[in-house]
Design a protein around this ligand. Structure first.
Ligand code: GDP
Length: 296
Protein backbone atom coordinates (compact mmCIF):
# COMPACT_ATOMS: atom_id res chain seq x y z
CA UNK A 1 0.00 0.00 0.00
CA UNK A 2 2.79 2.39 0.95
CA UNK A 3 4.39 1.68 -2.40
CA UNK A 4 1.16 2.59 -4.19
CA UNK A 5 0.94 5.88 -2.29
CA UNK A 6 4.55 6.68 -3.20
CA UNK A 7 3.98 5.85 -6.83
CA UNK A 8 0.74 7.85 -7.02
CA UNK A 9 2.52 10.85 -5.51
CA UNK A 10 5.47 10.50 -7.84
CA UNK A 11 3.14 10.13 -10.85
CA UNK A 12 1.48 13.41 -9.86
CA UNK A 13 4.75 15.31 -9.30
CA UNK A 14 4.35 17.66 -12.24
CA UNK A 15 0.68 18.38 -11.58
CA UNK A 16 1.21 18.85 -7.86
CA UNK A 17 4.17 21.21 -8.23
CA UNK A 18 2.08 24.02 -9.74
CA UNK A 19 -0.87 23.54 -7.42
CA UNK A 20 1.24 23.35 -4.26
CA UNK A 21 3.22 26.45 -5.30
CA UNK A 22 0.05 28.45 -5.68
CA UNK A 23 -1.56 27.27 -2.46
CA UNK A 24 1.63 27.90 -0.49
CA UNK A 25 1.20 31.61 -1.27
CA UNK A 26 -2.18 31.54 0.47
CA UNK A 27 -0.86 30.25 3.79
CA UNK A 28 -1.90 32.46 6.69
CA UNK A 29 -4.50 34.26 4.57
CA UNK A 30 -8.10 34.27 5.75
CA UNK A 31 -9.44 35.44 2.42
CA UNK A 32 -8.12 35.66 -1.12
CA UNK A 33 -7.84 38.77 -3.28
CA UNK A 34 -9.17 38.89 -6.84
CA UNK A 35 -5.61 38.53 -8.18
CA UNK A 36 -4.99 35.45 -6.04
CA UNK A 37 -8.27 33.93 -7.17
CA UNK A 38 -7.30 34.57 -10.81
CA UNK A 39 -3.91 32.94 -10.32
CA UNK A 40 -5.54 29.91 -8.73
CA UNK A 41 -8.09 29.71 -11.53
CA UNK A 42 -5.40 29.68 -14.18
CA UNK A 43 -3.30 27.02 -12.41
CA UNK A 44 -6.34 24.77 -11.91
CA UNK A 45 -7.25 25.14 -15.59
CA UNK A 46 -3.74 24.11 -16.54
CA UNK A 47 -4.05 21.01 -14.37
CA UNK A 48 -7.05 20.05 -16.51
CA UNK A 49 -9.65 19.85 -13.79
CA UNK A 50 -12.09 21.14 -16.38
CA UNK A 51 -14.15 24.30 -16.65
CA UNK A 52 -17.09 23.39 -14.42
CA UNK A 53 -14.99 22.09 -11.56
CA UNK A 54 -12.59 25.03 -11.62
CA UNK A 55 -15.54 27.40 -11.75
CA UNK A 56 -17.10 25.73 -8.74
CA UNK A 57 -13.89 25.99 -6.70
CA UNK A 58 -13.28 29.59 -7.66
CA UNK A 59 -16.88 30.55 -6.85
CA UNK A 60 -16.56 28.93 -3.44
CA UNK A 61 -13.25 30.62 -2.67
CA UNK A 62 -14.32 34.07 -3.80
CA UNK A 63 -15.51 36.10 -0.84
CA UNK A 64 -14.90 33.21 1.57
CA UNK A 65 -13.32 33.84 4.96
CA UNK A 66 -11.56 30.82 6.43
CA UNK A 67 -12.26 29.87 10.03
CA UNK A 68 -9.29 29.12 12.27
CA UNK A 69 -9.52 25.33 11.84
CA UNK A 70 -9.73 25.46 8.03
CA UNK A 71 -7.07 25.65 5.32
CA UNK A 72 -7.41 26.40 1.61
CA UNK A 73 -5.98 22.96 0.87
CA UNK A 74 -8.58 21.06 2.89
CA UNK A 75 -11.35 23.21 1.39
CA UNK A 76 -10.00 22.37 -2.06
CA UNK A 77 -10.07 18.62 -1.41
CA UNK A 78 -13.55 18.90 0.14
CA UNK A 79 -14.86 20.67 -2.97
CA UNK A 80 -13.24 18.16 -5.32
CA UNK A 81 -14.79 15.26 -3.42
CA UNK A 82 -18.21 16.82 -3.96
CA UNK A 83 -17.57 16.59 -7.71
CA UNK A 84 -17.28 12.80 -7.60
CA UNK A 85 -20.74 11.46 -8.39
CA UNK A 86 -19.97 7.75 -7.99
CA UNK A 87 -18.44 5.46 -5.42
CA UNK A 88 -14.82 5.71 -6.25
CA UNK A 89 -12.87 4.11 -3.48
CA UNK A 90 -10.31 1.57 -4.54
CA UNK A 91 -12.04 -1.61 -5.54
CA UNK A 92 -10.53 -4.50 -7.37
CA UNK A 93 -11.91 -5.63 -10.67
CA UNK A 94 -14.35 -8.52 -10.24
CA UNK A 95 -14.48 -9.54 -13.88
CA UNK A 96 -12.48 -12.46 -15.17
CA UNK A 97 -12.18 -11.15 -18.74
CA UNK A 98 -10.69 -7.68 -19.21
CA UNK A 99 -10.89 -6.13 -22.68
CA UNK A 100 -8.45 -3.28 -23.20
CA UNK A 101 -9.53 -0.72 -25.81
CA UNK A 102 -8.56 2.78 -26.88
CA UNK A 103 -6.95 5.09 -29.38
CA UNK A 104 -3.49 4.29 -30.83
CA UNK A 105 -0.50 5.05 -28.68
CA UNK A 106 -2.40 5.61 -25.44
CA UNK A 107 -0.54 2.73 -23.79
CA UNK A 108 -2.92 -0.21 -24.27
CA UNK A 109 -0.28 -2.89 -24.84
CA UNK A 110 1.88 -1.69 -21.96
CA UNK A 111 -1.19 -1.42 -19.72
CA UNK A 112 -2.32 -4.96 -20.61
CA UNK A 113 1.06 -6.27 -19.50
CA UNK A 114 1.06 -4.09 -16.39
CA UNK A 115 -2.40 -5.35 -15.37
CA UNK A 116 -1.22 -8.93 -15.95
CA UNK A 117 1.74 -8.20 -13.70
CA UNK A 118 -0.53 -6.64 -11.04
CA UNK A 119 -2.77 -9.71 -10.81
CA UNK A 120 0.11 -12.14 -11.08
CA UNK A 121 1.69 -10.44 -8.08
CA UNK A 122 -1.58 -11.01 -6.24
CA UNK A 123 -1.13 -14.73 -6.84
CA UNK A 124 -3.62 -15.04 -9.69
CA UNK A 125 -3.24 -17.13 -12.81
CA UNK A 126 -3.24 -14.79 -15.81
CA UNK A 127 -3.54 -15.17 -19.60
CA UNK A 128 -2.67 -12.43 -22.05
CA UNK A 129 -4.37 -12.30 -25.45
CA UNK A 130 -2.81 -10.32 -28.30
CA UNK A 131 -5.71 -9.29 -30.55
CA UNK A 132 -4.08 -6.33 -32.29
CA UNK A 133 -4.15 -7.60 -35.87
CA UNK A 134 -2.90 -4.32 -37.32
CA UNK A 135 0.38 -3.86 -35.52
CA UNK A 136 2.71 -6.88 -35.55
CA UNK A 137 5.02 -5.00 -33.18
CA UNK A 138 2.29 -4.81 -30.53
CA UNK A 139 1.67 -8.56 -30.70
CA UNK A 140 5.39 -9.21 -30.45
CA UNK A 141 5.80 -6.73 -27.60
CA UNK A 142 2.98 -8.35 -25.66
CA UNK A 143 4.46 -11.82 -26.18
CA UNK A 144 7.78 -10.53 -24.81
CA UNK A 145 6.01 -9.12 -21.73
CA UNK A 146 4.12 -12.42 -21.31
CA UNK A 147 7.40 -14.35 -21.49
CA UNK A 148 9.00 -12.09 -18.96
CA UNK A 149 6.01 -12.43 -16.66
CA UNK A 150 5.78 -16.17 -17.17
CA UNK A 151 2.08 -16.02 -18.10
CA UNK A 152 0.19 -17.79 -20.86
CA UNK A 153 0.08 -15.91 -24.15
CA UNK A 154 -2.48 -16.45 -26.90
CA UNK A 155 -2.50 -14.88 -30.35
CA UNK A 156 -2.66 -15.91 -33.99
CA UNK A 157 -0.49 -14.23 -36.61
CA UNK A 158 -2.27 -16.05 -39.45
CA UNK A 159 -5.60 -14.27 -39.03
CA UNK A 160 -6.64 -10.66 -39.45
CA UNK A 161 -9.87 -11.25 -37.55
CA UNK A 162 -9.51 -10.05 -33.95
CA UNK A 163 -12.87 -11.57 -32.98
CA UNK A 164 -11.57 -15.06 -33.76
CA UNK A 165 -8.40 -14.44 -31.71
CA UNK A 166 -10.54 -13.19 -28.83
CA UNK A 167 -12.77 -16.28 -29.07
CA UNK A 168 -9.76 -18.63 -29.05
CA UNK A 169 -8.04 -16.59 -26.36
CA UNK A 170 -10.95 -16.68 -23.92
CA UNK A 171 -11.50 -20.35 -24.66
CA UNK A 172 -7.87 -21.21 -23.99
CA UNK A 173 -7.72 -19.04 -20.89
CA UNK A 174 -10.84 -20.65 -19.42
CA UNK A 175 -9.62 -24.18 -20.19
CA UNK A 176 -6.35 -23.29 -18.55
CA UNK A 177 -8.16 -22.14 -15.41
CA UNK A 178 -6.93 -18.55 -15.66
CA UNK A 179 -8.32 -16.17 -13.06
CA UNK A 180 -7.84 -13.27 -15.49
CA UNK A 181 -7.87 -13.15 -19.25
CA UNK A 182 -6.54 -9.80 -20.39
CA UNK A 183 -7.11 -8.91 -24.04
CA UNK A 184 -5.14 -6.21 -25.85
CA UNK A 185 -6.96 -4.84 -28.92
CA UNK A 186 -5.78 -2.67 -31.80
CA UNK A 187 -5.77 1.09 -31.39
CA UNK A 188 -8.54 2.82 -33.28
CA UNK A 189 -9.83 6.29 -33.75
CA UNK A 190 -13.32 6.63 -32.44
CA UNK A 191 -14.43 8.24 -35.71
CA UNK A 192 -13.36 5.25 -37.82
CA UNK A 193 -16.70 3.49 -38.12
CA UNK A 194 -15.36 0.25 -39.64
CA UNK A 195 -12.86 -0.25 -36.86
CA UNK A 196 -15.45 0.59 -34.23
CA UNK A 197 -17.82 -1.96 -35.79
CA UNK A 198 -14.99 -4.48 -35.59
CA UNK A 199 -14.71 -3.75 -31.88
CA UNK A 200 -18.44 -4.18 -31.52
CA UNK A 201 -18.04 -7.66 -33.03
CA UNK A 202 -15.17 -8.47 -30.67
CA UNK A 203 -17.39 -7.55 -27.72
CA UNK A 204 -20.24 -9.63 -29.05
CA UNK A 205 -18.01 -12.70 -29.43
CA UNK A 206 -16.50 -12.21 -25.98
CA UNK A 207 -20.04 -11.90 -24.59
CA UNK A 208 -20.88 -15.39 -25.84
CA UNK A 209 -18.95 -16.90 -22.98
CA UNK A 210 -20.74 -17.20 -19.72
CA UNK A 211 -18.18 -14.92 -18.10
CA UNK A 212 -18.32 -11.39 -16.82
CA UNK A 213 -16.24 -9.02 -18.90
CA UNK A 214 -14.96 -5.54 -18.15
CA UNK A 215 -14.33 -3.18 -21.04
CA UNK A 216 -11.56 -0.81 -20.03
CA UNK A 217 -10.79 2.30 -22.05
CA UNK A 218 -7.16 3.41 -21.88
CA UNK A 219 -6.79 7.20 -21.98
CA UNK A 220 -3.53 9.11 -22.22
CA UNK A 221 -3.62 11.82 -19.51
CA UNK A 222 -1.75 14.18 -21.82
CA UNK A 223 -4.69 14.52 -24.18
CA UNK A 224 -6.69 16.24 -21.47
CA UNK A 225 -10.31 16.96 -22.16
CA UNK A 226 -10.08 15.13 -25.50
CA UNK A 227 -10.07 11.92 -23.44
CA UNK A 228 -13.67 12.79 -22.61
CA UNK A 229 -14.63 12.72 -26.29
CA UNK A 230 -12.82 9.43 -26.80
CA UNK A 231 -14.80 7.84 -23.99
CA UNK A 232 -18.13 9.23 -25.21
CA UNK A 233 -17.50 8.10 -28.78
CA UNK A 234 -16.29 4.59 -27.84
CA UNK A 235 -19.30 4.25 -25.61
CA UNK A 236 -21.58 4.72 -28.61
CA UNK A 237 -20.35 1.35 -29.94
CA UNK A 238 -19.39 -0.64 -26.87
CA UNK A 239 -20.28 -0.16 -23.22
CA UNK A 240 -17.21 1.19 -21.46
CA UNK A 241 -17.06 0.03 -17.84
CA UNK A 242 -14.04 1.89 -16.58
CA UNK A 243 -10.87 3.78 -17.46
CA UNK A 244 -7.14 3.49 -17.06
CA UNK A 245 -5.31 6.83 -17.21
CA UNK A 246 -1.78 6.42 -18.54
CA UNK A 247 1.34 8.61 -18.63
CA UNK A 248 0.35 10.52 -15.52
CA UNK A 249 4.08 10.81 -14.81
CA UNK A 250 4.72 12.92 -17.90
CA UNK A 251 2.02 15.52 -17.50
CA UNK A 252 1.10 18.52 -15.37
CA UNK A 253 -2.52 17.89 -16.32
CA UNK A 254 -3.26 15.17 -13.78
CA UNK A 255 -6.48 16.92 -12.72
CA UNK A 256 -8.10 15.23 -15.69
CA UNK A 257 -8.97 12.23 -13.50
CA UNK A 258 -11.50 14.23 -11.44
CA UNK A 259 -12.90 15.78 -14.57
CA UNK A 260 -13.39 12.42 -16.29
CA UNK A 261 -15.09 10.80 -13.30
CA UNK A 262 -17.28 13.85 -12.87
CA UNK A 263 -18.49 13.97 -16.48
CA UNK A 264 -18.47 10.30 -17.49
CA UNK A 265 -19.51 8.81 -14.15
CA UNK A 266 -17.09 5.96 -14.81
CA UNK A 267 -14.57 4.65 -12.31
CA UNK A 268 -10.83 4.76 -12.93
CA UNK A 269 -9.27 1.36 -12.23
CA UNK A 270 -5.59 2.23 -12.48
CA UNK A 271 -3.23 5.03 -13.33
CA UNK A 272 -0.02 4.52 -15.31
CA UNK A 273 2.97 6.30 -13.83
CA UNK A 274 5.87 5.09 -15.99
CA UNK A 275 6.99 2.64 -18.63
CA UNK A 276 7.94 -0.29 -16.42
CA UNK A 277 5.71 -3.23 -15.54
CA UNK A 278 5.18 -2.12 -11.97
CA UNK A 279 4.44 1.49 -12.91
CA UNK A 280 0.71 0.95 -12.51
CA UNK A 281 -1.22 1.83 -9.39
CA UNK A 282 -4.80 1.07 -8.43
CA UNK A 283 -6.70 4.35 -8.39
CA UNK A 284 -7.57 5.46 -4.89
CA UNK A 285 -9.50 8.72 -4.77
CA UNK A 286 -8.22 9.88 -1.37
CA UNK A 287 -4.58 9.17 -2.19
CA UNK A 288 -4.98 10.77 -5.59
CA UNK A 289 -6.53 13.97 -4.18
CA UNK A 290 -3.79 14.24 -1.57
CA UNK A 291 -1.26 13.65 -4.34
CA UNK A 292 -2.62 16.73 -6.10
CA UNK A 293 -1.97 19.09 -3.25
CA UNK A 294 -0.02 17.66 -0.34
CA UNK A 295 3.68 18.37 0.03
CA UNK A 296 5.54 15.12 0.60
P1 GDP B 1 -0.67 1.34 -27.59
O1 GDP B 1 -0.43 1.74 -29.00
O2 GDP B 1 -1.91 1.99 -27.04
O3 GDP B 1 -0.68 -0.13 -27.37
O4 GDP B 1 0.52 1.97 -26.73
P2 GDP B 1 1.82 1.26 -26.14
O5 GDP B 1 1.47 0.36 -25.01
O6 GDP B 1 2.62 0.71 -27.25
O7 GDP B 1 2.54 2.53 -25.49
C1 GDP B 1 2.94 3.65 -26.25
C2 GDP B 1 4.11 4.31 -25.52
O8 GDP B 1 3.66 4.85 -24.30
C3 GDP B 1 5.23 3.34 -25.17
O9 GDP B 1 6.47 4.00 -25.39
C4 GDP B 1 5.03 3.07 -23.68
O10 GDP B 1 6.23 2.74 -23.01
C5 GDP B 1 4.49 4.42 -23.22
N1 GDP B 1 3.69 4.34 -22.00
C6 GDP B 1 2.61 3.56 -21.75
N2 GDP B 1 2.12 3.81 -20.51
C7 GDP B 1 2.91 4.76 -19.96
C8 GDP B 1 2.93 5.45 -18.69
O11 GDP B 1 2.08 5.27 -17.79
N3 GDP B 1 3.92 6.39 -18.50
C9 GDP B 1 4.86 6.65 -19.47
N4 GDP B 1 5.79 7.56 -19.19
N5 GDP B 1 4.86 6.02 -20.66
C10 GDP B 1 3.91 5.10 -20.90
Amino acid sequence: MFNFIKKTFSGLNKTRKNIVNTFSKFHGKKYLTDDEISELESILFQSDLGYDIVDNIVDNFRGKTLSSDESWETKFIELLKKQIPIKCSKSDIDERVILIVGVNGTGKTTTSAKIANYYKNKGEKVSLVGADTYRAAAVEQLSIWADRLGVKYISNASTKDPASIVFDGINAGLKDGSDRIIIDTAGRLHNSVNLMKELEKVCKIAGKFDQSMRVVLVVDSNVGQNGMNQALEFNKFIPIDSLVLTKMDGTARGGIAVSLINKLKLPIDFIGVGEQLDDLVPFDLDIYLEGLIKNE
